[in-house]
Design a protein around this ligand. Structure first.
Ligand SMILES: *Cc1c(COP(=O)(O)O)cnc(C)c1O
Length: 405
């Protein structure tokens, strides 16, 4: 197995993200296959006892066991690192495996975490429940309030943890401000970049230390597999993450890694086209929703309080936005009237999908936390897909009319 046959590694590092997404980290076997191979093997064999001893001692490169390395997974890790502009990446079994590992690998009882209150439901569970059970103090703040980050710092603050844009209220965090603040206080910043993907936003350019992904979302992008990834410096991956990862095993399967490879080849195209569709659909919806007394939460529209910041931090604002139609009854009526767009709680998919966060993705958190996050009963979240925008507009139009909005 040769790494990138005929390619100079120094040159491949300089490729731009769209090129990395197609070619970064390609390894080819002696067969010269065009597409990445799937190595479905849990273990490896060795030509000599010394070779395996050297590998276990960390003195020679090479595979030892698929909980630690697998060629298909390693190719994906290299590709995501190149896309992100990170020194290193480790793939994970799911997005939540990635978030859990990124936090638990570095925290101990007595540490303190400051986290954004607007977050994916399971991320909030980690912060509100799991970490506290193990003696880690946590504070949740309004992540769009720049001053709130500084105000929450304690002498034992170890980690800042946030999403931007956030699920499902599309709050935008000022990454430069928050990362600078973290650096000044020796705090590690962990950014969940699932909503944007590295095609649209690269938090390390603003000083983030660790970028964690649900690759289930835009990276696969076709609703097929669960996958996750953690990007950071080589030293952090080796010294902080790997002791946790090698012994707890949240590793991605080779098959799922291969599926994500296929997704990454079209990531740039999909992320930009879906972002464009999301802006057009938002522009169509906004006057109708506002006239009906509702609210648009769309970072790609001028009405978003942090539209300018979103445009400055992101190449495009992504496929996801939310809007509030006032009541649960109206939200359900709109969902039930859809004929093209599916009722589904996934995001990043090439299909347009809509869901009611309060009764699905954010149902398991208490009423109080939901209210504080702005997940109201009339809130709907949409992932805008790759369909023809005219068909999407027609579907929303007829559904709004039938729902009486
Ligand atoms: C989906 C999602 C996750 C969890 O990812 P899984 O792959 O479903 O485990 C974490 N964070 C955000 C922002 C998400 O959208």
């Amino acid at each position: 197995m040769k790494k990138t046959t005929g390619m100079n590694r120094a040159v491949t590092r300089t490729w731009r993200p769209a090129t990395q997404a197609v070619r970064g980290g390609t390894w080819r076997s002696e067969h010269g296959e065009t597409s990445e191979a799937i190595f479905l093997s849990s273990g490896y064999t060795y030509d000599s006892a010394q070779i395996v001893a050297d590998r276990f001692a960390g003195e020679a490169e090479g595979m030892t066991y698929s909980r630690l390395q697998n060629p298909t997974v390693a190719m994906l890790e290299e590709r995501i690192a190149l896309l992100e502009g990170a020194e290193a990446c480790r793939a994970q079994a799911s997005g939540m495996a990635a978030m859990t590992a990124a936090l638990l690998c570095q925290l101990s009882a007595g540490d303190h975490v400051v986290a954004a209150r607007a977050a994916f439901g399971s991320c909030r569970w980690l912060v509100d429940q799991l970490l506290r059970r193990f003696g880690v103090e946590t504070t949740v703040i309004d992540s769009a309030d720049d001053a709130a980050w500084e105000g929450a710092i304690r002498p034992n603050t170890k980690v800042f943890f946030f999403e931007t844009p956030a699920n499902p209220t599309l709050d935008i965090v000022n990454m430069q401000h928050v990362c600078d603040l973290a650096r000044a206080h020796g705090i590690t910043t962990v950014v969940d970049n699932a909503f944007a993907s590295p095609a649209l936003q690269r938090p390390m350019e603003f000083g983030a230390d660790v970028v964690a992904y649900s690759a289930t979302k835009l990276m696969d992008g076709q609703g097929r597999v669960l996958a996750g990834a953690i990007c950071a410096s080589q030293q952090w991956i080796d010294e902080v993450l790997m002791p946790f990862q090698r012994n707890t095993g949240p590793i991605l399967s080779a098959f799922n890694a291969w599926v994500v490879h296929k997704g990454l080849e079209t990531l740039d195209l999909r992320a930009h086209r879906q972002s464009g569709n999301a802006v057009k659909l938002g522009e169509f919806l906004e006057p109708r929703i506002v006239a009906a007394g509702g609210r648009m939460l769309h970072p790609g529209l001028k009405s978003h309080p942090r539209h300018d910041l979103a445009m400055a931090q992101m190449d495009a604002t992504g496929p996801i936005f939310a809007f509030d139609v006032g009541t649960r009854a109206r939200a359900f009526a709109l969902l039930d009237a859809l004929e093209l767009i599916d009722i589904s709680n996934n995001i990043g998919d090439a299909r347009s999908l809509m869901c009611h966060p309060a009764s699905t993705t954010h149902a398991n958190m208490g009423d109080e936390a939901r209210a504080e996050m702005g997940v109201t009963d009339g809130l709907l979240r949409i992932n805008v897909g790759l369909e023809d925008i005219a068909d999407l507009v027609e579907d929303i139009d007829q559904a709004l009319t039938r729902a009486g909005i």
